[in-house]
Write a protein that binds this ligand. Structure first.
Ligand code: CP
Length: 317
């Protein structure tokens, strides 16, 4: 594997999940693959889970790890070509990328949507420059339009907890005080559309996601109706995708918060969220603390999804 930016890079998804469950049983069995190899993780944005789980995954594989927070301690980076660099950014990404690549074998990049230009965000301007100019395998640690390590971990979690062959999985929008990117719901939809699940997306009108991620999924604007008979409820906020409202908050309607009453409409569904989560905005204390909450197992599986991806990259070096 040379790049990991979406579900397509995993090939057969059932095989990938099987590999993940094997890795989980014996996570130190592939230590030889990473001996004397270095994983560089570059963060343009904050992280708790991705930072720790990816580092742990690389260490499980015997790798050395280096972490760079671009906005803390590195030179401020210019990302636009053609700019006269007489401002506060002393280094250009086009030099920084090949320099960083000199010191490592595999690169992970976190670079969120900036909501300044939909075209820039949806062309994955930063991530694709790393893929193009580093000459090294590059994996997304959440980019502008996707968070495939999270979605892979979510699928592994669903596989572990499902009680029927083809469960009903509902992705629900929920309110949030700030405008958040569509990366997590995009990737979750990307994976669920390839998995053996009945997939439903529910959100207020105006929050439609990009067609390339929604594909054949059922979109239900009535959240309560969507919850009926569900086996998994996956909550997430996202800002509007469609023009002219790209990146904007259209609603903070607390009637969309996931609560015990709504979970009662489901078939005893598990509750999922990628974290971090705003309690009593996205989900009530009762639901996230209930035995049906899978937020910690999901986070734990981030180590496993990252390990499968890095393992496949090491195998292709
Ligand atoms: N879910 C997730 O990616 O968490 P972090 O932003 O803390 O890495």
């Amino acid at each position: 594997m040379k790049t990991y930016t979406g579900v397509k890079d995993l090939g057969n998804l059932q095989d990938a999940v099987k590999e993940a469950l094997e890795v989980k049983k014996n996570r130190f069995a592939y230590k030889h693959l990473g001996t004397d190899k270095t994983c560089l993780m570059i963060f343009f944005n904050s992280s708790l889970r991705t930072r720790l789980s990816t580092q742990k995954a690389a260490m499980n594989l015997g790798m050395n790890t280096m972490v760079l927070d671009v906005n803390q301690g590195a030179w401020k980076l210019e990302t636009e070509r053609g700019v006269i660099m007489n401002g506060d950014k002393p280094e250009h990404l086009l030099e920084a990328i090949p320099v960083m690549a000199c010191y490592c074998d595999i690169i992970g990049v976190r670079a969120f949507a900036q909501f300044e230009s939909k075209a820039d965000d949806y062309s994955e301007k930063i991530l694709n420059q790393f893929i193009r100019y580093s000459g090294k395998p590059v994996f997304s640690m959440e980019a502008a339009t996707g968070h495939p390590l999270q979605a892979f971990a979510d699928l592994i979690t669903i596989e572990e907890y499902k009680k029927k062959e083809r469960p009903k999985v509902v992705l629900t929008w929920a309110p949030h005080p700030r405008a958040l990117p569509q990366a997590v719901p995009n990737s979750f939809a990307d994976f669920m559309n390839e998995a053996n699940v009945d997939f439903v997306i529910t959100h207020p009108k105006g929050y439609e996601l990009a067609g390339q991620f929604v594909r054949g999924a059922k979109v239900e604007y009535d959240q309560r109706k969507a919850f009926e008979g569900a086996d998994f409820i996956y909550a997430k906020n996202w800002a509007a995708y469609r023009d002219p409202h790209y990146g904007q908050i259209l609603s903070k309607d607390m009637n969309w918060t996931v609560n015990t009453e709504k979970m009662g409409l489901t078939a005893g569904a598990y509750f999922m969220h990628c974290l971090p989560v705003r309690r009593n905005m996205i989900v009530t204390d009762d639901v996230i603390e209930s035995p049906q909450s899978l937020v910690i197992p999901e986070a734990a599986n981030r180590e496993i999804s990252a390990q499968v991806v890095i393992k496949r990259m090491l195998e292709s070096l």
